[in-house]
Design a protein around this ligand. Structure first.
Ligand SMILES: [Fe+2]
Ligand SMILES: [Fe+2]
Length: 469
């Protein structure tokens, strides 16, 4: 079998500027977040141009959340960009997901006073014909109810482009859909083909923390489905949705491995996409990450795009903490962005303000004293070096590591050991809730938080998947 090269992008969240003709969505407090939708057009245009340069894969996959929230204008412009890729000789395969339609056909834009206004959006059925030319028109089989399709990229490689959106808060495959999936795999195997797949939602949780905070965003019965895929001979699934750059692996009882290779949102932090080279004859898939360092013409305050998007994302959290302590009126405005309404924010001032003050003034010295030197394995002399160092930037870095993957803080450094000591203290304090945690699939607080400071095992960005034929 000849090797096969593909590029996978996901969660492009294209947001047409026609939705804010006079206003600016980023004047709205909620708009500064992990995604940078204001720059989505520039970023996507630049990446598409880069993909048309010499040496780039001919096959480009996009696994859903093409648009902000399904606005008609966003879809129309996004499809033009996809068509421009095809016009330059690329083969483009897309699936859509829950951000590509609204049940009532209404999304939001901004008026000149930066107030949210209704704009027309796609409903789910509108997507069928609209994106037909990006995969389904070439399919060897289509599962009509879900719009999933199987396509032979070459006579030797079959892609399953799966659509798992069972509803806004529900992702997964019905047994009937899975029967169709299994039949496509069996048919391809009979023809001696190699099969891999993409779907939008994570099949395996990208981190133990995600399992706790966003369990509803995982594919239904994900681990069981993953093992089914593995036993059917599909070991590689490309996913998106969580916006987390991660790789997770599970083995079936028969010993077959399944890898969930999830890619971060193209227009978010970190601004990444992936390239994969499949070499089934050598039993390997080479996975690499491409970082978009800069986009000509996009104003990023003189920073690189990863730095800028990180500042967008984490800056908001920092602003919220700071304002909660020092400028409560600003806090109320920002709090609306994460669904804490004004009335409630005013009511909770008595607890939010001192809590924010405590967090803002936490230092490694205080955490060390709280956790105990023995639990941290850090002596008095060692802690003296960093005792006044604030904890908030460290916590923000942990959040960044969750999205960027491959957290690799030196295990010998004092910060790492103090953090571990604190997590162990949390393990002790959370013992009364351990049954609840286990119910969410979490053994301990340490298990949940340690990968955010140092992740052992499978890398997230660049690595080789090895498998037996
Ligand atoms: Fe998304
Ligand atoms: Fe999504």
């Amino acid at each position: 079998m000849k090797p096969l090269d593909v590029a996978i992008l996901t969660d492009t969240h294209y947001y047409s500027k026609k939705n804010w003709v006079d206003g600016d969505p980023y004047a709205f407090p909620a708009a500064r977040e992990q995604l940078y939708r204001r720059g989505s057009e520039e970023i996507i245009r630049y990446v598409f141009d880069s993909l048309c340069e010499e040496g780039q894969p001919e096959i480009i996959l996009i696994s859903g959340d093409l648009t902000n929230n399904g606005e008609n204008t966003s879809h129309e412009e996004m499809r033009e960009l996809l068509r421009s890729l095809k016009a330059r000789g690329k083969r483009v395969y897309v699936t859509t997901a829950t951000h590509d339609y609204r049940g009532e056909g209404v999304s939001y834009g901004f008026d000149k006073n930066n107030r949210k206004v209704d704009v027309p959006a796609f409903q789910r059925e509108d997507l069928r014909a609209f994106y037909q030319e990006f995969g389904r028109s070439e399919a060897v089989s289509v599962h009509e109810a879900t719009m999933s399709y199987a396509v032979d990229l070459t006579p030797e490689y079959r892609l399953l482009a799966l659509n798992d959106d069972k509803g806004y808060d529900h992702a997964g495959f019905t047994d009937e859909c899975f029967d169709w999936i299994a039949a496509q795999i069996a048919d391809a195997k009979e023809k001696g083909m190699y099969v891999f797949a993409m779907t939008h939602h994570p099949v395996l949780s990208p981190s133990p923390l995600y399992r706790l905070i966003a369990s509803g965003d995982l594919l239904e019965n994900g681990e069981a489905r993953a093992k089914q895929f593995a036993d059917l001979g599909v070991c590689c699934m490309l996913t998106g949705h969580s916006h987390i750059h991660n790789t997770s692996c599970i083995r079936s009882e028969k010993g077959n491995a399944f890898y969930d290779v999830s890619t971060s949102a193209l227009v978010g932090f970190p601004p990444y996409y992936r390239r994969l080279r499949f070499e089934p004859d050598d039993g390997r898939i080479d996975v690499s990450t491409v970082c978009i360092d800069a986009v000509p013409g996009l104003d990023t305050d003189g920073l690189s795009l990863p730095e800028f998007t990180k500042k967008q994302f984490l800056g908001t959290v920092g602003d919220v903490l700071r304002s909660a302590e020092q400028d409560y009126e600003t806090f109320i405005r920002l709090a609306d962005g994460f669904s804490l309404r004004e009335e409630k924010a005013r009511k909770l001032r008595w607890i939010i303000r001192p809590a924010a003050k405590t967090v803002n003034h936490l230092t490694f010295g205080k955490i060390w004293r709280l956790s105990g030197s023995k639990r941290c394995g850090v002596t008095k002399r060692e802690i003296a070096l960093i005792k006044d160092k604030p904890v908030v930037p460290f916590v923000l870095d942990m959040a960044a590591n969750l999205y960027r993957g491959d957290a690799a803080l030196d295990k010998r450094c004092v910060e790492y050991r103090v953090a571990c000591g604190f997590f162990r203290l949390c393990d002790t304090l959370s013992k009364p809730f351990s049954a609840k945690l286990r119910g969410a699939g979490i053994d301990s607080v340490s298990e949940m938080l340690l990968p955010l400071v140092h992740k052992d095992g499978l890398p997230d960005a660049n690595y080789v998947i090895r498998f037996e034929n």
